[in-house]
Design a protein around this ligand. Structure first.
Ligand code: KIV
Length: 338
């Protein structure tokens, strides 16, 4: 930054410095510093190279290779069947995607430790956490829970030099213990339990904590009490940052409309419309046109549109939405209640 500031006028200097900061790599210390500066953090899930690159170029601060991939990528009804090897495979894909960001990527990669990869004993938890960094290219790991045993596990992993993000409130790996994807911490007693768990996670050395599916007031109380940043999902606006499943934020989960999700795009409908346009053009002999063909013949069907480029932008087929069959079952990795 100093080199950038040197020799520039003040206005220019501020602009340039801001731009340089905007592309600076997001590190674990930067996560903590953001809370001190009261600047919100952004996190989204990523499971492959293309999405990782897209989200990084969109300015998302950190990419969580979440075990939610079990539901949105693998089509499972919970996160429980996801294996450690699968998580590391997806982590590697995300890390490769970031390596392809022009000008360098900035997002912090967090590997989500899957069910039973850290609960059995501290040694296997440390070993498995290490695999995310050594084999998966992650910068940190996330694990669920804030019991005394889990706090000890977090402390041991942190002692290995592996940064840890905690996760309390609605913890999807405990779906059966919770009786489903339910908002947690609603009663005074339950709120106190989540609060104490969050404090235990901080004391164990986690550098941030995900708060999932809890009332806004509890999200605020925890965010004010902790020195480490809180990253909310269904935990209200007072958290120090927010995380969303990328498939939700991009509109790729048509059968799922949890209250805490906001859709910023309509990729699923756009995808249907694109597929229909492709099918239509192939059936009419319009695609491939001469511009897509090696040593093309000159004759084309009379009704062929004169395409200007290789890219056709189609609009979402919103009129088709109502004709799609009802989902067989609703799945969720978060609370569906209001
Ligand atoms: O697996 C995941 O995507 C998560 C987020 C919902 C926080 O844990």
């Amino acid at each position: 930054m100093t080199e950038i500031l040197r020799g520039l006028g003040t206005d220019n200097m501020t602009q340039q410095a801001k731009r340089a900061d905007a592309r600076a790599r997001v590190t674990v210390p930067e996560f903590r510093a953001r809370k001190d500066r009261q600047e919100k953090l952004t996190m989204a899930t990523a499971y492959d190279a293309t999405f990782a690159r897209m989200l990084d170029e969109g300015g998302v601060d950190s990419l969580l290779v979440g075990d939610s991939l079990g539901m949105v990528v693998q089509g499972q009804s919970s996160t429980l069947p996801v294996t450690l090897d699968e998580m590391i495979y997806h982590c590697r894909a995300v890390a490769r995607g970031l390596a392809r960001v022009p000008g360098g990527s900035r997002a912090l990669i967090i590997g989500d430790m899957p069910f039973m990869s850290y609960q059995v004993d501290e040694l296997s938890a440390m070993r498995n956490a290490g695999r995310f960094l050594a084999e998966g290219g992650a910068h940190a790991v996330k694990l669920e829970g804030g019991s005394p045993a889990m706090a000890r596990t977090i402390a041991r992993i942190v002692e290995c030099g592996i940064p840890v993000i905690g996760h309390v409130g609605l913890t999807p790996q405990s779906i059966h213990a919770m009786g489903g994807f339910r908002v947690q911490g609603k009663s005074e007693e339950a709120a106190e339990r989540v609060f104490q768990e969050a404090k235990a996670v901080e004391e164990a050395g986690a550098f941030a904590i995900v708060l999932e599916g809890i009332p806004e007031a509890l999200g605020k109380r925890i965010s004010e009490a902790l020195a480490i940043p809180t990253i909310g999902i269904g935990a209200g606006v007072h958290c120090d940052g927010q995380v969303l499943v990328s498939y939700d934020l991009l509109g790729l989960t048509p059968d799922l409309k949890p209250k805490f999700v906001k859709r910023y795009a309509d990729f699923f409908e756009t995808g249907i419309a694109a597929a229909r346009a492709y099918v239509d053009e192939v059936q009419r002999g319009v695609f491939p046109g001469p511009e897509h063909t090696f040593g093309a013949a000159t004759s084309r069907p009379a009704d062929a549109p004169k395409t200007q480029s290789n890219v056709v932008v189609v609009k979402p087929a919103t009129e088709t939405t109502s004709r799609r069959p009802e989902p067989l079952r609703a799945v969720s990795y978060g609370p569906t209640e209001s």
